[in-house]
Design a protein around this ligand. Structure first.
Ligand code: FES
Length: 269
């Protein structure tokens, strides 16, 4: 990994780091919705170097709190979901999803000490099977209505990978069209793969097969108000072209869409 002051400025996203402060001003994926099923255990997560706990309260609403209890620092991922919030199992302090302390069982009756306690808390929302969190200052922005977040359930699936690299290296790979012809092409068609189209010989083919049919795609890129849009056009057969459009959406989102088209082809625009 390159290690220069400029590179570190770009990729360090921990608390207080400039890139981290930038990232925190956008909704960011925190977990898959299925990781916090109704009544399920709280989930410890680490976002931008900050240790947090994600849970689903009794009304089904996701909540994101600092991992360590404001009292004595106990790990709240061992807490219990009850009485409208997450209860620390050490002395029983109860927090709601906004970080308010609702109860302190060890305090004398009538104590208002709990009203002065605020656990670190961040807003959450859900779309397309993903829990998103806003870790920035002030009110969160509107969650963008990208099609991949708003499409019907039958057209959407959510998954996650662990990448042993920083966000920039991962996104650089996401938007790199050329590597598809080697890393992702099928040496032999996978009949279980989702077909792209009926090919000229009548056989269904997958995108992964088409990647390998043309190892030097025609590339063009547009700078947009949200980032970069990259077009790659491959020869897919005697009379067919395969177009893939990849978007990099600042600061750390990428997506791709593909389609086929018969010749004559006049370029990606
Ligand atoms: S450490 Fe959580 S209530 Fe005491």
């Amino acid at each position: 990994m390159i290690n220069t002051p400029d590179y570190d400025l770009l990729v360090r996203t921990g608390p207080g780091a400039p890139a981290g402060e930038l990232m925190r001003r956008y909704w960011q994926p925190a977990a898959l919705s299925e990781e916090i099923p109704a009544g399920g255990a709280p989930l410890p997560v680490k976002l931008f170097g900050e240790e947090l706990v994600l849970f689903r309260d009794e009304k089904g609403k996701p909540g994101l709190l600092g991992l360590h209890c404001a009292h004595r620092g106990a790990d709240l991922s061992y807490g219990r979901l009850e009485d409208g919030g997450l209860r620390c199992i050490y002395h029983g302090w109860l927090y709601d999803s906004t970080g308010r302390c609702l109860e302190q069982p060890g305090e004398p009756a009538g104590s208002t000490f709990h009203e002065r306690i605020r656990q670190v808390a961040y807003p959450c929302t859900e779309a397309a099977g993903v829990v998103f969190a806003y870790l920035g200052p002030g009110a969160p922005p509107i969650l963008p209505s990208y099609y991949f977040l708003t499409g019907p359930d039958e057209c959407t699936f959510a998954h996650k990978y662990y990448h042993d690299c920083n966000y920039l290296q991962s996104n650089e790979g996401n938007i790199d069209p050329s590597h598809l012809s080697y890393l992702h092409h099928f040496l032999k068609e996978d009949t279980a793969a989702v077909p792209w189209s009926e090919g000229s010989n009548g056989a269904a083919v997958s995108s992964n097969t088409l990647f390998g049919r043309d190892t030097s795609p025609q590339l063009e890129a547009d700078e947009t108000d949200y980032g970069v849009r990259i077009f790659s056009v491959r020869n897919a057969g005697p009379t067919e072209k395969y177009l893939r459009v990849t978007n990099f959406i600042y600061p750390n989102t990428g997506n791709s869409r593909s389609c086929g088209r018969r010749s004559p082809w006049t370029g990606p625009r």
